[in-house]
Design a protein around this ligand. Structure first.
Ligand code: ITT
Length: 204
């Protein structure tokens, strides 16, 4: 089997942990840009998740010979017209704690009944292959915004994202459970299928 390396253009430790677990069966080593000694400083000024994922992947691909991937994701709350969406990381400021961001979103939904609390996590993954070819995939998980933070797993908005099938938030799911149903798990599995179509890249 061809053993290769995938450089993942993310600085988000929560994403990297999930991505490593989801990609474990590919036989490919997933390395964060930081661990690969690559520094990228990009402005995520795209209008879509796909554009932003490509901006990050292209920046790392410019200085790497490996396959490069990037994830751009976000939380879309229907009652808030899709906010925070592609601005999820920047909502209330990049350095603001998620305790504050989550409490703020919950308070903006005060008095809103269950059926109007619908939301989804969306994830686009972009890949730039060594020959310059570019791929993007997207997936989502549907859920509802809870009434308070619950659970300590995951990261970001997980403690307020309630998944009806499990009757739990994504922060109460184990990492394996989350990866089976999450936007990121689904998107990465789609990307694995895309990569299988290319020669010299073997995924199980
Ligand atoms: P990189 O750009 O370095 O990958 P980032 O955190 O800035 O890291 P994004 O621009 O894609 O990444 O922002 C995604 C944000 O959406 C992330 O910071 C979380 O706030 C939220 N988010 C995405 N996926 C999530 C998940 O699985 N669980 C909880 N929150 C999530």
């Amino acid at each position: 089997m061809h053993m290769g390396r995938i450089i993942f253009a993310t600085g988000n430790a929560g994403k990297i942990r999930e991505i490593n677990a989801i990609m474990a069966d590919t036989g490919m080593e997933v390395v964060s840009v930081k661990d690969a000694g690559i520094q990228i400083d990009v402005e995520e000024n795209g209008k879509t998740y796909e554009e932003n994922a490509l901006i990050k992947a292209r920046a790392a691909a410019a200085v790497s010979k490996d396959i490069v991937m990037a994830d751009d994701s976000g939380l879309e709350i229907d009652y808030l017209n899709g906010e925070p969406g592609i601005y999820s990381a920047r909502y209330l400021g990049e350095d603001t704690s998620y305790r504050i961001k989550n409490a703020d979103l919950v308070s903006r939904l005060e008095g809103v009944p269950d059926e109007k609390r619908t939301a989804r996590f969306v994830c686009a993954i972009a890949a730039v292959l060594p020959d310059g070819r570019e791929l993007t995939v997207r997936a989502a998980i549907e859920g509802r915004i809870g009434y308070e933070e619950k659970g300590a797993n995951g990261f970001g908005y997980d403690p307020i994202f309630y998944v009806p099938e499990f009757q739990k938030t994504t922060a109460e799911l184990t990492e394996t459970e989350k990866n089976e149903v999450s936007h990121r798990g689904k998107a990465l599995r789609l990307m694995k299928e895309e990569l299988k179509k290319y020669e010299n890249i073997t995924c199980q």
